[in-house]
Every structure is written in C-alpha cells, then in structure tokens.
Design a protein around this ligand. Structure first.
Ligand SMILES: [Zn+2]
Length: 106
C-alpha cells in the first residue's frame, strides 16, 4: 500500500482542505498509519500555536547531547547517503519535486 506523501499530510493537518485529492482522502479514511500521522501533526501544530514570543529555547546540557550522539548511527560506508561538504541545510530538489505528486483524478 502506498501511503500519502508526508508533505501533503502536513498541509492537510494544517487545514489545507485542497491538499488531498479524492483518492488520498479515501486512503486516509482506511489507513491507520496515515491517519495517526495526521493526528500527530495536528497535535504538533496545536502545541506550536500555544507558544508565544516569551517562550525561549534553552540550550540542552552536555549530557543530553551525549545521549543524542550515542543514539545516532553513521550511515554505512559507501551507501552514498552522505551529504557533500557545504551542502548541509540545502533542500534536495528531488524531494521538493516529489512533494506534490500527481493525483489520478477522473
Ligand atoms: Zn497510508
């Protein structure tokens, strides 16, 4: 089963009623995985709306960073998944192009 594109689920969760086509809406009605993702995104958006300018990010302690590093696994050598130097933070054009897949509307 092909699930709905993550970018489309985000748009739908944020209230864009036109984000999903009829096929995707039918899929969402029967797919627990996609529905759960939408519900989590809606919860995240609602939480974000509770933030104000007075809310400040705090610097995690060194212990937290150590735990994060310990949980990371480097990609296997030769997997081709490493980013080129200086490319960090740049969006991948292929990902952007696949964000709005064609829908087979009849
Ligand atoms: Zn799905």
């Amino acid at each position: 089963m092909k699930h709905i594109d993550a970018g489309l689920l985000v748009a739908h969760a944020l209230g864009d009623d036109a984000a999903l086509c009829t096929e995707e809406l039918h899929h969402l009605a029967v797919c627990g995985q996609c529905l759960q993702e939408v519900e989590e995104l809606r919860h995240l958006a609602a939480t974000g709306r509770l933030l104000s300018a007075d809310d400040q990010l705090v610097q995690p302690s060194a212990v937290v960073w150590d735990r994060i590093r310990a949980g990371l696994h480097p990609p296997p050598a030769g997997s081709g998944r490493r980013r080129p130097a200086g490319g960090a933070g740049r969006p991948d054009r292929r990902l952007r192009a696949s964000r709005f897949p064609r829908c087979h509307r009849s």
